[in-house]
Design a binder for this molecule. Structure first.
Ligand code: HEC
Length: 122
C-alpha cells in the first residue's frame, strides 16, 4: 500500500511537470518586455491595429458580434476576460487573431498589464 501511494505521488509530480512545460511553450514569458506605463491609447489600440483585430472587429457587423473599436467596447471584453483569453489562446476561448499569427509574448503581457491595472481609459 505504501508503495502504491508513493507511485501516485511520483506520477502526479511527473504529470504536473509535463503540464508546466506545455504551458511554458504555449505561453512563453518575455522577460525583457516592458509592461510599465502601458495605456489604452498608447499601447492597446496600436497593438490591436498592428495585429489586424480591427479588420474583423469593427464596423456595423463586427465578427462574433464583438467590437474592438472604441474604449467602451474594448473595456467590455477586457473585463469579461475574453480579450486576454482570446489573445493568450487560453483553453475555452476562441484563439485570436483568427487565421493569423499569435500576438508576441510581450504584446500579450502588455495588454494583460493594462487589464490588470483596471482597464482604464488612459
Ligand atoms: C479574420 C477575422 C478576425 C480577426 C483578424 C480577429 N478576429 Fe476575433 N473573432 C473573429 C470571429 C469570427 C469571432 C467569433 C467566432 C469565434 O468565437 O470563433 C471572434 C471572436 C473574438 C473574441 C471572443 C472570443 C471568445 O472566446 O468569446 C475576442 C475577444 C476577439 N475575437 C478578439 C480579437 C482580437 C484581440 C484580435 C486581434 C489580435 C482578433 N479578434 C482578430 C474574427 C476575427
Amino acid at each position: 500500500m505504501k508503495k502504491a501511494g508513493l507511485l501516485i505521488i511520483l506520477l502526479s509530480a511527473v504529470f504536473a511537470a509535463c503540464y508546466y512545460d506545455k504551458d511554458e511553450l504555449i505561453n512563453p514569458t518575455d522577460l525583457n518586455c516592458n509592461t510599465e506605463n502601458v495605456s489604452y491609447s498608447g499601447t492597446v489600440v496600436p497593438l490591436l491595429q498592428a495585429n489586424g483585430c480591427l479588420g474583423c472587429h469593427s464596423g456595423g457587423a463586427p465578427s462574433g458580434n464583438i467590437s474592438l473599436s472604441g474604449y467602451a467596447a474594448v473595456k467590455t471584453v477586457a473585463l469579461n476576460g475574453k480579450l486576454h483569453g482570446a489573445i493568450n489562446h487560453t483553453p475555452g476561448f476562441s484563439p485570436m487573431p483568427q487565421g493569423g499569427n499569435k500576438m508576441s509574448a510581450c504584446a500579450i503581457q502588455q495588454i494583460k498589464a493594462w487589464i490588470d491595472a483596471g482597464s482604464i481609459d488612459n
